[in-house]
Design a protein around this ligand. Structure first.
Ligand code: SD4
Length: 290
C-alpha cells in the first residue's frame, strides 16, 4: 500500500496533522499543507510555545522564530519577529518574494506589514501572568516535556511524493531578550532534501544548533540509514557531547522518500503526531534515558 500522502509533526499535535492531511488528501502541495498544518498551532492560544499565546522572553517580549522549506530546496525564515500571529507565512513570503533566506526582528516585521500581515498583541493574559510569577524567582530552567504546548516541526509528503517542511516556535520560555533558537535555522530545526527525506527537531535549541541535527539526519539517511537509525545517531551525538543531558530534552522526527518515519529523543515523554492512510495517530517516541 502507498505510504503517502503523509504528515508528521513533533508532539501530540493531532489537530495540526489532521489539517495538513485534509489539504494533502484533496490534492494540495506538500508546501501548502505544511504551512496550513503548523498554522493551527500558531493560532492556538493554549499552546504557549508557538505563535499567538507564546510565552515571552524574560523582559516580557513575545518573539517568534519560524522557517519553511520547499521540495525544490528553497527556504525562508524569520527570527525574533514580534506581533505577527503566523510567522511561518512570513517565512514563506521571505522564500518566495525576496532574494534572501532569513529576515530578523524589525526588518522582518516591516516586511510582514508590507506583505499585508496585521500587527497584533500576542501576549495573552495567561502568559503574562505566568511570566510575572516567573519573575519572582527568575529560575531559568527549560521544562523537559510540555507535551501538547510545544514547538511544532512538521514534514509533509504529498500525492506526488514531494516533501516540504516547516518549524515554528516562540522559543524557550523566559529566554534572554534577543535569543534565537534552532527552530528557524535551516539544518538545525528543519532540513530536507526532496531526493532523500527530511527531519525536524524540538527541545533545547542550543544543543540542536551545535549538532546541526536535522541536516545530520538527512545526510545519514542519504548514506543508507533508516529514519529511526538516523534520529538515534543524532541524539547519541548530543548525549555524548553534553554531560548535562539529564537536564534537557531534544527530540527528532524524520521521514524518508518512502514515507517511512523514525523518531528518537533523550527523555521519555516525547511523541509525534501522524496523518497516514487517512488516519491521525499519536506515536510515543523511543528514547535514550534508561
Ligand atoms: C527552541 N527548540 O527555541 C525550541 C524550543 C522547543 O520544546 O522546541 N521547545 O530552542
Amino acid at each position: 500500500s502507498t505510504t503517502y500522502p503523509v504528515a508528521v509533526a513533533t508532539w501530540n499535535f493531532q489537530n495540526a496533522v489532521k489539517k495538513a492531511g485534509e489539504f494533502l488528501s484533496t490534492g494540495s502541495s506538500a508546501l501548502d499543507a505544511v504551512e496550513q498544518g503548523v498554522m493551527v498551532e500558531e493560532a492556538n492560544l493554549k499552546n504557549t510555545t508557538v505563535g499567538n499565546g507564546g510565552a515571552p522572553d524574560r523582559d516580557g517580549n513575545v518573539t517568534l522564530d519560524a522557517c519553511i522549506m520547499s521540495p525544490a530546496g528553497d527556504a525562508g525564515s524569520v527570527v525574533y519577529l514580534h506581533h505577527i500571529e503566523h510567522p511561518v507565512s512570513v517565512a514563506r513570503k521571505v522564500m518566495e518574494e525576496t532574494p534572501h533566506v532569513m529576515l530578523a526582528g524589525e526588518g522582518a516585521l516591516q516586511f510582514a506589514i508590507q506583505q499585508g500581515f496585521k500587527k497584533q498583541e500576542l501576549l495573552t493574559e495567561e502568559s503574562e501572568k505566568a511570566w510575572k510569577e516567573w519573575l519572582e524567582h527568575k529560575n531559568y530552567k527549560p521544562i523537559i516535556n510540555i507535551e501538547n504546548h510545544d514547538t511544532i516541526g512538521m514534514l509533509c509528503m504529498d500525492e506526488k511524493g514531494d516533501i516540504a517542511g516547516a518549524c515554528t516556535t516562540s522559543g524557550l520560555a523566559y529566554k534572554m531578550n534577543g535569543r534565537v533558537g534552532d527552530s528557524p535555522i535551516i539544518g538545525a530545526g528543519l532540513f530536507l532534501d526532496n531526493e532523500i527525506g527530511g527531519a525536524v527537531a524540538t527541545g533545547m535549541g542550543e544543543a540542536v544548533m551545535k549538532s546541526v541535527g536535522s541536516f545530520l539526519i538527512v545526510e545519514l539517511m542519504r548514506q543508507g540509514k533508516t529514519p529511526q537509525e538516523a534520529c538515534e545517531e543524532a541524539v547519541n551525538r548530543i548525549v555524548a557531547k553534553n554531560t548535562n543531558y539529564q537536564d534537557f530534552q531534544v527530540a527528532f522526527v524524520a521521514m524518508n522518500k518512502k514515507g517511512e518515519i523514525g523518531s528518537y529523543c533523550i527523555h521519555e515523554g516525547f511523541s509525534y503526531a501522524k496523518f497516514q492512510h487517512d488516519e491521525v495517530t499519536n506515536n510515543p517516541s523511543k528514547f535514550y534515558t534508561k
